[in-house]
Design a protein around this ligand. Structure first.
Ligand code: TYD
Length: 395
């Protein structure tokens, strides 16, 4: 613990993704202090106070990977590459959610691990081979017994949700063939700092990875990153290609460049994170100023995309339903509920935006391109979006 330095305090927060039923609006929510810290030794950035996986990922989990075309297309594209380049006989996905990735493969080719049974049920019904389990050494042993080793492990936006990284990678070593490949995809810390997207931090995102930090922890398990691909997904993600360390491993330029760029930006130094924390404070006051100005003019503001990320912003900036009337979202499990903490109602997205709405706070800013395309009529008619990244503004 003494290697960890706190650098950012995002205040008291409710659990993101813990959307409240309307009749439970008076119920006291579970809250925690959202503090972000930097480990001087490993260079990993993580949140200080964490909850058990069982508390966050259970049979009421509302997140669906298939809710965005961007994600579906990204998984499709990667699946083609995997089939053509690596030709695996068996693929394991950690955090298979509603099957957005594994659905691109034949049923007998994949194994999915998804602890949230309400979501895992979706792929099981489709006859995919999925387990409602947390990723752990025990789960890896179970997979080994049931299926033998796999040639490829894929995990998108999941490993950063698991506190005990040592156990995660130990388990990978159990199931992965000696020559197998582990592809790990998660939001990039460098992009988070560059774009001031402090809302990447919330209870589920225990880590926001840099290549540097990930490399250090993987090394302890004899695993090595040999290639890094930059993706636009979730406001800038990295797709890390990892192998078991052997003498013959060839590190590609993309990996060397990623490390070089991260060091140049200062991801190995606490001063960089302290500067980021100052920018976050400024971002908060600028966003509040924009919203207050609009409210003074009696403008109606709504939200688009009831994201977990938005929970961090709303509660950090103390924005409630006096400012944002409601959020729209396409996810059935979130509709007719309330945003955690701020208690802003979430309504079903029906396609037609209320003509009285002139300002929309972009909760799902990471799908800006997709949303702007979908809402081109609203934009053409003069409708505006409010975003906090890279700096708060009306666009
Ligand atoms: P996402 O940003 O993926 O995740 P998180 O909750 O982890 O921050 O969530 C996107 C949310 O936005 C999800 O609830 C679906 C919703 N959404 C829409 O309502 N309409 C859209 O067009 C898109 C792309 C997303």
């Amino acid at each position: 613990m003494k290697n960890k330095i706190n650098f950012l305090d995002l205040g008291t927060q409710p659990l993101a993704n813990n959307y409240l039923a309307k009749n439970k609006s008076k119920k006291r929510e579970n809250k925690y202090k959202l503090i972000v810290c930097f480990d001087k030794v490993t260079k990993l950035v993580s949140i200080k106070n964490t909850f058990s996986s069982e508390k966050m990922f259970n049979n009421t989990y509302p997140y669906r990977s298939s809710m965005s075309k961007t994600m579906i297309n990204s998984f499709k594209k990667l699946s083609k590459i995997i089939k053509n380049k690596y030709k695996p006989k068996k693929i394991l996905e950690i955090g298979s959610n509603d099957g957005a990735f594994i659905k691109n493969f034949k049923k007998n080719l994949t194994i999915g691990i998804e602890p949230c049974s309400n979501v895992e049920r979706i792929t099981k019904k489709l006859k995919y081979n999925t387990y409602s389990k947390y990723w752990s050494v025990n789960t890896a042993k179970k997979i080994l017994t049931d299926h033998n080793k796999v040639d490829l492990v894929y995990s998108a936006n999941t490993i950063s949700h698991i506190k005990n990284l040592n156990q995660v990678f130990e388990a990978i070593n159990i199931v992965l063939n000696e020559k197998g490949i582990f592809i790990l995809e998660d939001p990039s810390l460098l992009e988070c700092l560059k774009n001031n997207t402090y809302d990447q931090f919330y209870n589920e995102h225990i880590y926001v990875f840099s290549t540097l930090g990930l490399m250090n922890i993987l090394k302890k398990h004899n695993l090595e990153i040999f290639k890094v691909e930059r993706l636009e997904i979730h406001g800038g993600s990295n797709r890390y290609y990892i192998k078991k360390n052997t003498n013959s491993i060839k590190l590609e330029n993309s990996f060397k460049l990623a490390i070089k760029e991260e060091i140049k930006y200062g991801l190995n130094k606490i001063s960089t994170y302290k500067k980021f924390a100052n920018r976050v404070k400024k971002s908060k006051s600028e966003l509040i100023t924009i919203l207050k100005k609009l409210k003074r003019k009696n403008e109606k503001i709504i939200g688009y995309g009831a994201t977990a990320k938005a929970t961090t912003i709303l509660n950090y900036c103390k924005i409630n339903n006096k400012t944002i009337d409601y959020f729209l979202d396409t996810t059935k499990e979130k509709q007719n509920k309330l945003m955690p903490g701020s208690k802003i109602p979430i309504l079903k997205y029906k396609g037609n935006l209320d003509s009285k709405v002139k300002y929309i706070f972009l909760g799902a800013w990471n799908f800006k391109k997709e949303i702007f395309l979908k809402e081109k009529k609203y934009i053409k008619n003069g409708g505006k979006f409010i975003t906090h990244t890279p700096t708060p503004k009306i666009i």
